[in-house]
Design a protein around this ligand. Structure first.
Ligand SMILES: Cc1ncc(COP(=O)(O)O)c(C=O)c1O
Length: 428
């Protein structure tokens, strides 16, 4: 190719081709746990990372590898590691960076499950998180200390649909010599390419828009390949000899692919949070239509958000694509193709009316998911953000009076009609 392919082409072709063994044009589901070695020497070389190849499907599998290559290409990364869920991806991303006593600085505006994972679960590893409003760059700088090993944020945040000024946050990360990890689940590479804005690592819940039809639970970590892991003594897992590989130094040996190799050879090998080949296959199928689906999601979200904002029964709409949003300027500047399709709204009558609204909707499915082709609804404070304190809920954009919508790709008039009848019931 004489020029870089566009995203519309990459979603269909990147990382895959006809199957080398059979010519099968679609990526086959390699439903196997193991791969026959040519001989003992071959097996030993693979186990020593002296030769790249397939050993055992907890580490690598050709169907999963195809998905890894595709997502890496979509995000403009050097490599990617798929895993069993978006939550697994977050641990897989942090694992090589952290150690007992180390911390991350994370945005207050995150998916509730992530706030819980960072508040409670990671403490069991001796890690901790400090939550900061990333719009306040001075507060971010102040929160970083000698033990901080990463900054973590969502490009477009769940559930508020707020947007993060990734280039500004990346500048702070650079100055501190630590990586910026961006969860790009809600934006997808169609709306945001965090690596181009300075992110070191990108994580996704593939469960959402990437698969796009609610059939797969999966995650991925994409490495930009640009971070110098040897520039300081902060990242010994990548820069120092690895005892579990006879003293191999990942950064020295694999260069831009150090994080990816570590994610597979240590992360998946030892943590075992592997993606299964069927899940990878379905996700590849889903990604083929990503570049068609996402613009339609955004177009519908704008129509629904505008309609809601103009309805006197509605008291607020948080969509960053609306001029009334405090994040609208940032959205227009950094997310010109749209601010996604997930947002909150509140109606007259507060919490009780919000709950009635959820129950009254018909076409919207009441589920704990987002990014499906179907429109979805949930009351975040009592579900996805339930484990948070009310202060954390409000900071995350999940206040008790808010209802979260994930706008699908149906006809927008049908969605608006459903909201109209539900509003009538909820506010009567
Ligand atoms: C923004 C975001 N990141 C990560 C996750 C976790 O993903 P998974 O459910 O695939 O573990 C979610 C789940 O809702 C999410 O919304």
């Amino acid at each position: 190719m004489s020029r870089d392919q566009s995203l519309d082409t990459l979603v269909i072709h990147a990382g895959t081709g006809p199957d080398p063994a059979t010519g099968a044009r679609q990526v086959p589901i390699y439903q196997t746990t193991s791969y026959q070695f040519r001989d003992a020497e071959h097996a030993a070389r693979l186990f020593n990372l002296e030769e790249v190849g397939y050993i055992y499907s907890r580490l690598t599998n050709p169907t999963v590898a195809a998905l890894q290559n595709r997502v890496a290409a979509l995000e403009g990364g050097a490599g990617a590691v798929c895993c069993s869920s978006g939550h697994a991806a977050q641990i897989l991303a942090l694992f090589p960076l952290m150690g007992p006593g180390r911390n991350i600085v994370a945005s207050t505006r995150l998916y509730g499950g992530t706030v819980t994972q960072f508040t409670h679960a990671i403490k069991r590893f001796g890690w901790s998180a400090k939550f900061v409003d990333l719009d306040d760059l001075d507060a971010l700088r102040d929160a970083i200390d000698d033990d901080t090993r990463a900054i973590f944020c969502e490009s477009i945040s769940n559930p508020g649909g707020y947007v993060t000024d990734i280039p500004s946050v990346a500048e702070v990360a650079d100055a501190a010599g630590i990586p910026l990890i961006v969860d790009n689940t809600l934006a997808t590479p169609c709306l945001c390419r965090p690596i181009e804005m300075g992110a070191t690592l990108v994580v996704h819940s593939l469960t959402k828009f990437m698969t796009g039809n609610g059939t797969v639970t999966g995650g991925v970590v994409v490495d930009s390949g640009k971070f110098d892991w040897s520039a300081s003594d902060k990242f010994p897992s990548l820069s120092e000899p690895e005892p579990a590989y006879h003293g191999l130094k990942f950064h020295e040996t694999f260069g831009a692919l150090a994080f990816t190799f570590h994610g597979i050879a240590i992360g998946l090998r030892d943590l075992g949070m592997t993606m299964n080949p069927q899940g990878a296959h379905y996700t590849l199928m889903g990604i083929e239509t990503l570049a068609l689906r996402v613009p339609r999601h955004v177009e519908n979200a704008v129509k629904v958000a505008e309609w809601l904002e103009n309805d006197p029964r509605v008291t607020s709409v948080t969509y960053a694509g609306l001029p009334s949003s405090p994040w609208n300027e940032t959205a227009k500047r950094l997310y010109p193709k749209g601010a996604g399709s997930l947002f909150n709204f509140a109606i007259k009558g507060g919490y009780d009316a919000a709950v009635r609204m959820v129950d009254a909707l018909d076409l919207f499915s009441h589920v704990a998911n987002l990014g499906d082709a179907r429109s979805l609804v949930i009351h975040s404070a009592s579900t996805t953000h339930r484990q948070l304190t009310e202060e954390q809920q409000r900071a995350a954009g999940a206040a008790p009076e808010l209802v979260r919508l994930s706008i699908g790709i149906e006809n927008p008039d049908d969605l608006i009609a459903d909201l109209d009848q539900a509003l009538a019931k909820a506010t009567s």
